[in-house]
Design a protein around this ligand. Structure first.
Ligand SMILES: [Zn+2]
Length: 496
């Protein structure tokens, strides 16, 4: 075969191969835009080259024809280079679009914290995809069939990598979904209404058998005895939960946190009973993994105790109203950072009446109400942290004996308030290392008249000279706030 013919065929082959790589690139990589944009031009170039090849085969061309042929091939090379440049531009645009999408994702992440992990994983997978093969338009005419083959291989590998990343992401998403489903379905809580519980009534108070309670929650029952080997109380427990009861006092413990019940454990014929109201409003909600009813947690009302004409407790120059507002504002800042809607009952040194505070709660319908106070005693000795909730109907104040008979708005939420009180108390103790004075019941106006789960925290004793110094410090105030936040997180995980 004459040399020029061989050259023509070789040139035609090179062009055909490169066009085929272009087509391969755009079809292997799932980018429909590229296919639409480049395929018609590629097809036109391909048929032009085919025509050139068949023309060359018909007759022996003249020098002019060869020159014309070369010029034509040159123009086609230029067209191909332009095509490559367009593809490069497209790739650059695609990277920009991906970056814009990543930025949008990051923004969405901040707004929907729950999706953060999944988004991060997606970004991670994308980063592991190898960069596209770099086609240099200037060196296009120098490309050998081997080079083109390599380019084609790189394009295929990139397409495979993208497919693999998509598959990996899909698998991770499915796994996460399954884990989330498992989290919400197990372990299972029993419906209280379906539980078989032996019941008795003693002094007009209804009781349920504590051994039956233990059985229904899958817990082990054990009596506790005093030094003279008499029954002093009982414990029900498993690996993650432990509740203790006293046969003499109302205070028990739940997972190590002091919890005041409404009645001591009753021993009848040496069998243990707890009051039904304690069981329903406190023991069940603290043993349960999830709430029986669906309640939200988006809007939180923060009540800084006292204010204005009412200084609250005073110890020298220390005034309770100052510290309750400081802590409330710190809590507001942190809650808002976390995306909660916060409503304050006061933001300055003013005194909204207790009725006005309760009215704000009814008006704004928050999901939770948290009132912040400092404790006080006539003695300098007492120190530590307490969390209060409303007295359930049929129960008494922790420091009283009068049985409550009239229902208040907050009594709709007794079970949730118990869980909230326990979680917040636990959180504050862990954050501060303070003395545990327990979760308690008291007839406090703003708590009883709240229209949502509500607690009042006593963050420490203003009357205690050592504790008041802590309460006045930003460090302790921040610890209290982080403890409350941890409590809210614990309470939130209990909501379905
Ligand atoms: Zn107070």
């Amino acid at each position: 075969m004459p040399k020029f013919l061989l050259q023509s065929f070789l040139a035609a082959y090179v062009l055909l191969a490169s066009v085929s790589v272009m087509a391969q690139t755009v079809t292997d990589v799932p980018l429909s835009d590229v296919a639409v944009k480049t395929k018609p031009a590629a097809t036109a170039a391909k048929s032009a080259v085919q025509n050139a090849a068949s023309e060359a085969a018909k007759k022996v061309p003249t020098a002019e024809e060869i020159a014309a042929e070369r010029a034509r091939l040159e123009r086609m090379r230029a067209a191909l280079a332009a095509e490559r440049a367009a593809l490069e531009q497209y790739k650059a645009d695609l990277v920009k679009r991906q970056q814009a999408a990543a930025e949008a994702d990051a923004k969405a992440e901040a707004e929907a914290k729950a999706k953060a992990a999944a988004e991060a994983k997606a970004a991670g997978s994308a980063a592991s995809i190898p960069p596209p093969a770099q086609d240099d338009p200037a060196s296009a005419k120098k490309l050998s069939p081997e080079d083109l083959q390599q380019q084609r291989q790189r394009a295929i590998e990139r397409a495979k990598a993208i497919e693999k990343a998509i598959a990996t992401q899909k698998a991770a998403d499915a796994k996460k979904k399954a884990a989330a489903a498992a989290q919400t379905t197990s372990p299972k809580d029993k419906d209280v209404a379906t539980m078989k519980l032996r019941r008795i009534t003693q002094n007009k108070v209804k009781y349920v058998h504590l051994r039956d309670v233990a059985v229904n929650y899958g817990l082990t029952f054990a009596f506790t005895k005093n030094k003279s080997n008499k029954i002093s109380g009982a414990t029900i427990y498993d690996k993650t939960r432990k509740v203790t009861f006293s046969a003499t006092y109302r205070d028990g413990t739940v997972n190590g946190v002091q919890v005041y019940f409404l009645y001591p454990m009753l021993l009848k014929n040496n069998e243990p009973y707890i009051s039904e109201v304690d069981f329903l409003t406190c023991v069940d909600p603290l043993l349960r993994y999830k709430t029986p009813v669906k309640l939200g947690m988006k809007t939180i009302m923060v009540d800084a105790g006292h204010g204005g004409s009412d200084p609250g407790a005073i110890n020298g120059s220390h005034k309770e109203k100052v510290y309750t507002l400081q802590i409330a504002k710190r809590l507001q800042t942190q809650l808002e950072k976390l995306g909660f809607r916060v409503i304050m009952t006061r933001t300055g040194d003013t005194y909204p009446t207790l009725q006005e505070r309760a009215a704000l709660c009814k008006k704004y319908k928050p999901d939770l109400y948290i009132s912040i106070h400092c404790n006080s005693s006539t003695s300098k000795t007492p120190a530590g942290i307490e969390t209060y909730r409303a007295v359930p109907v049929g129960g008494t104040e922790t420091k009283g004996s009068k049985v409550k008979t009239e229902k208040q708005s907050a009594n709709e939420f007794d079970a949730n308030s118990s869980r909230l009180a326990y979680e917040v108390q636990k959180g504050m103790l862990a954050a501060t290392g303070g003395t545990d004075r327990g979760t308690r019941h008291q007839a406090i106006y703003v708590i009883g008249n709240a229209s949502c789960p509500a607690v009042l925290v006593e963050v420490g004793y203003l009357s205690n000279d050592a504790e008041v110094k802590k309460i006045a410090s930003p460090d302790y105030q921040n610890k209290i706030v982080s403890g409350i936040l941890a409590g809210l997180a614990g309470y939130g995980s209990f909501l379905r």
